[in-house]
Write a protein that binds this ligand. Structure first.
Ligand code: ADP
Ligand code: MG
Length: 470
């Protein structure tokens, strides 16, 4: 028997002994790898996955195996190689720069000089630079939304013609956890992919500062400057850390001018726009504005949903739709927080044997989200809908059968079901004093109308996003 055949029989057994949801989430993504006697090797998408299987479904797996392979059957796992392991392997393997570099001050080939810089891998002939890029932060892994479209597309354009677009420097700014570091790395990775010979260097402003300080202490300031002047693409993350540091601003200015003059690409990120940065020399700030400044904003509801789906997909995990919607509706501030919530839910489920459901999601989210989010109530929703349709609150409560009032009432019920924890009875009671059957019926009407009537759907979505953005 082949590994595929054995595993497919195991799957049949597992499927008939567990729910479809669990089957789809935890067993379908597994790949049979090889069969060695009674030893079956399967591949799981992540370490967490494996741990989850072992804690939750060991008995089930054991029975399935026993049934197909008989006594003494053995199961081995391999974990699909994650980006992280690749990261470790791929360090130091970026190709070297193709053309010989010249020290512009002395007009000597640079490779004859000894350059003391932590990023340089001493080579026989050429100076190689480890790009210091994080290979997990690619454009493929970056979900596009209206919040990052400008920055992403400018980044792509820079990556296709580094140094030759009007976006030099490309200045990406925005609050914490919105993807600045991710995009900056993605641009670097894309440039390396298209132009393997280019020397791309990613550095945080903090690290740059440390290097500068020790170069001053070691009397190697010139080497430090020369090193940075020979890169083709310089990515500096968190340039706001320049603030108040006069010496660093001076060398940074010098490096900037040299690279810009030589049509080298500069990419900067910052938590503030150049206009809002303080304690930075005017001449530097004005240079930051030479190219394009692109702002990253908070992702909207739909984008948050897409980001959640993409993270779950890459972790090989599935959540029920309502859990995804709940997280997207409640974790709004930034993407790092969104990731934190997902990881925490997966961990809770894996280690504490809990099902991924709304209850677990609520618990994790409330521990995570510190910001003061409104608690959605039937009253709040009713008021919002009444305002939207220019109705009085008591019209919604009335017995009126006027079409617009009936519809507003139905939409309120639909939204209340979606946004609150209230039961059907409670919703009916609060909205128009109806029974739970009316609520069910209203939800059906709204769902049906949304399917058939684009305008209606847009209206409901608009109300939803107003609620989400309160
Ligand atoms: P910042 O540098 O702005 O603080 P990061 O780039 O570190 O933010 O992003 C925080 C986390 O969110 C990272 O793990 C990153 O991969 C993820 N992230 C940010 N934007 C997106 C996006 N559009 N799609 C998917 N993941 C994203
Ligand atoms: Mg960052």
């Amino acid at each position: 028997m082949s590994a595929e055949k054995v595993w497919s029989e195991c799957l049949d057994f597992i499927r008939s002994n567990t729910s479809e949801e669990i089957f789809k989430t935890w067993f379908k993504p597994i790949k049979p790898i090889k069969l060695n006697g009674k030893e079956l090797t399967i591949e799981v998408p992540s370490q967490l996955y494996y741990e989850w299987l072992e804690t939750h479904y060991l008995d089930l797996l054991h029975s399935a195996l026993l049934k197909t392979l008989g006594k003494n059957a053995k199961l081995l796992y391999t974990v699909r190689m994650s980006n992280k392991t690749r990261h470790r392997n791929s360090k130091l393997t970026y190709p070297s720069a193709g053309k010989p570099k010249v020290d512009i001050y002395n007009n000597k080939p640079l490779q004859n000089r000894e350059i003391k810089n932590p990023f340089v891998i001493p080579g026989v002939e050429k100076v190689k630079i480890d790009s210091q890029l994080n290979p997990n932060y690619t454009f493929e892994n970056l979900v596009e939304g209206s919040n990052n479209r400008l920055a992403k597309n400018a980044g792509l354009s820079v990556a296709s013609r580094p140094g030759n677009t009007p976006y030099n420097p490309l200045f990406i700014y925005g609050g914490v956890g919105l993807g600045k570091t991710h995009i900056a790395n993605a641009i670097g990775i894309e440039i390396k992919r298209r132009f393997p010979d280019k020397n791309v260097l990613y550095v945080s402003m903090e690290k740059f500062t440390q290097q500068y300080t020790s170069s001053v202490a070691n009397h190697t300031r010139d080497d430090f400057i020369h090193f940075y002047q020979m890169v083709d693409v310089l990515i500096v993350d968190d340039v706001q850390f320049l603030a108040g540091k006069i010496g660093v601003q001076k060398v940074f200015f010098q490096i900037f001018n040299h690279l810009h003059l030589n049509k080298k690409q500069l990419i900067f990120t910052s938590d503030k726009s150049p206009a809002d940065m303080q304690d930075v020399e005017m001449r530097l700030l004005s240079r930051f504005k030479w190219g394009l400044s692109a702002m990253l904003k908070q992702p909207d509801f739909e984008t948050r949903k897409k980001i959640i789906l993409s993270k779950l997909y890459s972790d090989g995990v599935q959540f029920p739709e309502e859990v995804i919607e709940y997280i997207a509706a409640n974790v709004t501030t930034n993407i790092r927080e969104l990731e934190g919530v997902l990881t925490s839910i997966i961990a809770q489920a894996a280690f504490n044997h809990r099902e991924v459901n709304l209850e677990l999601a609520e618990e994790v989210v409330s521990n995570f989200v510190r910001s003061q989010k409104p608690v959605y109530t039937c009253d709040l929703i009713k008021k919002m809908v009444a305002d939207y349709f220019n109705l009085e609150l008591n019209q919604l409560q009335s017995k009126s059968r006027k079409r617009e009032i009936v519809q507003a009432r139905q939409i309120s019920m639909y939204l209340a079901k979606k946004f609150t924890k209230a039961s059907l009875e409670e919703i009916g009671k609060k909205i128009g004093n109806r029974d739970h059957a009316t609520v069910i019926y209203s939800m059906k009407v709204v769902n049906d109308l949304m399917d058939t009537n684009k305008k209606f759907k847009r209206m409901v979505k608009e109300l939803e996003s107003r609620l989400i953005d309160i």
